[in-house]
Ligand binder design. Structure first.
Ligand code: ADP
Length: 192
């Protein structure tokens, strides 16, 4: 299964990505996690990424695209993957299309987690207390929501036009959301 997981910052993508990937038997590939690992190890990529992440801005497309290209070329991603947090721009959509065309494996589903705006900001501020992510301050959280609305929300329409979107309500307990997603995916599969 080749799946994208989309939704605004705070929708629970990271949490669901790990659980869903395990249930579906594919690797969860999170660009946010890869960037954070690079920041922690102070690699060249991490040094670049940190500047953007701490401001709530997107890391430039060339940097992100190269990183994802490398990751998708690994063996474990050959038979499927769940991409969390990529693509986020029109340029990234095009690049992903090219990568998948080379592999001759089309995208199968785009899962959109829907959560309303007030709940999102509350969740992120709470996460800031628990995890201490440097991009979870109130100002940066608001900027991330804006960037999402401007750059990433429009991508959902692109995937709607390709008839790939499955939307799921992301509020409630983690387990409930997971079951909701798996049910939505299988009923979509049965419907063709
Ligand atoms: P969230 O979805 O909660 O904002 P992520 O962990 O997915 O958090 O991403 C954290 C940060 O990493 C983003 O704010 C951005 O700076 C960077 N990032 C992650 N994925 C991408 C991407 N596809 N393109 C550009 N920047 C990205």
């Amino acid at each position: 299964m080749r799946l994208l997981l989309m939704g605004p910052p705070g929708a629970g993508k990271g949490t669901q990505a790990k659980v869903l990937a395990a249930r579906l038997g594919v690797p969860a590939i999170s660009t946010g996690d890869i960037f954070r690992a690079n920041v922690a190890e102070e690699t060249d990529l991490g040094v670049i990424a940190k500047r953007y992440m701490d401001a709530g801005e997107y890391v430039p497309d060339e940097v992100t695209n190269d990183m994802v290209r490398e990751r998708l070329a690994k063996d474990d991603a050959h038979d499927g993957f769940l991409l969390d947090g990529y693509p986020r721009t029109v340029d990234q959509v095009k690049t992903l299309d090219e990568m998948l065309a080379e592999q001759q494996h089309p995208l199968e589903r785009v899962l959109v987690l829907e959560v309303d705006r007030d709940e999102l900001v509350g969740r992120l501020l709470k996460r800031a207390e628990v995890e201490g992510r440097t991009d979870d301050t109130e100002e940066v959280v608001r900027r991330r929501q804006e960037v999402y609305a401007e750059e990433t929300a429009p991508l959902i329409e692109i995937y709607h036009q390709r008839d790939l979107v499955v939307s799921v309500e992301g509020t409630g307990e983690v387990d409930e959301v997971t079951e909701r997603v798996l049910t939505a995916l299988s009923s979509r599969d049965n419907a063709g």
